[in-house]
Design a protein around this ligand. Structure first.
Ligand code: FEO
Length: 395
């Protein structure tokens, strides 16, 4: 195996998952994902997080080689979600004298998930742990992504181990550090990972960014995706923008349409936005595209224009699923346009209006609704809606 050094005595021990279709059994990962763990070999030996359970055998084998058979003294648990704690019990079985390092919530979760009552060291903000010449400092970052999450700072090489924060979907196809690959090609997967996994916790992410500002960071080692050492500002700026809902000029148009009538309205709106000079326009059929991808673009662009046919006197089901996800994510500060169609009793636009009341975004123009197909003399209504939204985007 290749030895991948972050520093002379600090190793990457990670695995690429190209088999799993749905991360957390919800989010599509067509480009896979990596599970990153790290090993520090000093007078004492420490692991930082583990990996998903499918990789236990290879994980333990690699640790055995890197430690040259010495026992691991500490398992530092930055995050307890099972994609990182999956090897916890196996590590304890192999190294029965290991000490777990985490905070109060970490150990509650270890008990709840794995019935683990291993000896432990409870840490707080600014607690330190010496491994010999290596000194580690801890800072809690609750809800990025779970209540127990924390970061670990290695002060000699100034490496910040961040758990899920600054992570990404996408396997590491040879390159592991940001300067060994074209990091810009991961941009979509970074945003999608943030929006899907961390996006609900933007206020917490802001607090976390402020807390870690005390560190002089030379490297960011997350539990997913590349290790950042040459483009640290890129990933920190990305997190700052996303967690403060800073958007680019652009619009996402999503529709649910059985026979194409609502889809035609979406096409008119999209075309008129383009006529007005909006270049970032994404049009999605909610029955085809998973909310994972749509949510990601909603985080990126200022306007969301929603169309729904009525279905059983309610909203179109796949639009409803998307809106439930948006509400759960608590996305803020967007422009909203509404349109749709019905055959006899409505339910699409009516429920989109309820969504608008709940989400409290700025509704632009009047909601537009057709009985059956769009009438030719209504064309200008959709052009007007697109113009009103373009005016706001370009303002
Ligand atoms: Fe990658 Fe929240 O676990």
């Amino acid at each position: 195996m290749h030895r991948v050094n972050l520093a002379e005595n600090i190793y990457y021990v990670g695995f690429n998952d190209r088999k799993t279709h749905l991360f957390e059994n919800i989010w599509p990962i067509p480009k896979g994902v990596s599970y990153n763990s790290y090993l520090i070999v000093d007078e004492k030996i420490a692991l930082i997080d583990t990996v998903e359970r499918s990789y236990i055998d290879d994980y333990l084998d690699q640790i055995e080689v890197l430690t040259e058979g010495r026992p691991v003294d500490y398992l530092i648990i930055n995050h307890m979600e099972p994609d990182h704690s999956g090897a916890l019990k196996a590590v304890i079985s192999k190294y029965p004298n290991i000490t777990l390092v985490g905070n109060k919530k970490t150990f509650e979760m270890a008990q709840n998930f794995y019935q683990v009552t291993q000896q432990n060291i409870e840490v707080y903000d600014d607690s330190e742990l010496s491994l010999g010449k290596t000194n580690l400092q801890f800072t809690t970052i609750p809800m990025v992504h779970w209540p127990e999450t924390m970061v670990t700072f290695e002060s000699t090489n100034k490496i910040l181990f961040t758990g899920d924060a600054c992570g990404s979907y996408g396997t590491l196809d040879g390159g592991i550090f940001d300067d060994e690959l074209d990091y810009t090609q991961y941009d979509e997967e970074i945003v999608r990972y943030f929006s899907n996994i961390v996006g609900k916790y933007c206020a917490h992410t802001q607090r976390a960014l402020k807390k870690i500002a005390k560190y002089e960071i030379k490297m960011i080692a997350a539990t997913h995706g590349m290790i950042w050492r040459s483009h640290i500002d890129f990933i920190l700026d990305k997190y700052e923008k996303l967690s403060t809902y800073q958007t680019e000029p652009g619009a996402v148009i999503v529709y649910g349409s059985m026979y194409g009538n609502t889809a035609k309205m979406a096409e008119i709106i999209a075309r008129q936005l383009a006529v007005r000079g909006i270049k970032n326009i994404r049009v999605y059929d909610s029955s085809k595209t998973h909310p994972s991808f749509i949510i990601s673009d909603i985080f990126k662009y200022k306007a969301l224009i929603l169309g729904s046919a009525a279905y059983n006197n309610a909203m179109f089901p796949t639009v409803e699923t998307l809106l439930t996800t948006i509400k759960h994510m608590g996305i803020k500060d967007h422009l909203l346009g509404i349109f749709g169609s019905f055959s006899w009793n409505g339910g699409g636009v009516k429920n989109l209006e309820k969504f608008a009341e709940e989400i409290k975004w700025e509704v632009v123009g009047q909601p537009l609704e057709e009985k059956g197909a769009m009438k030719p003399d209504h064309f200008s209504r959709y052009v007007d809606l697109a113009n009103a939204i373009a005016d706001k985007i370009l303002a």
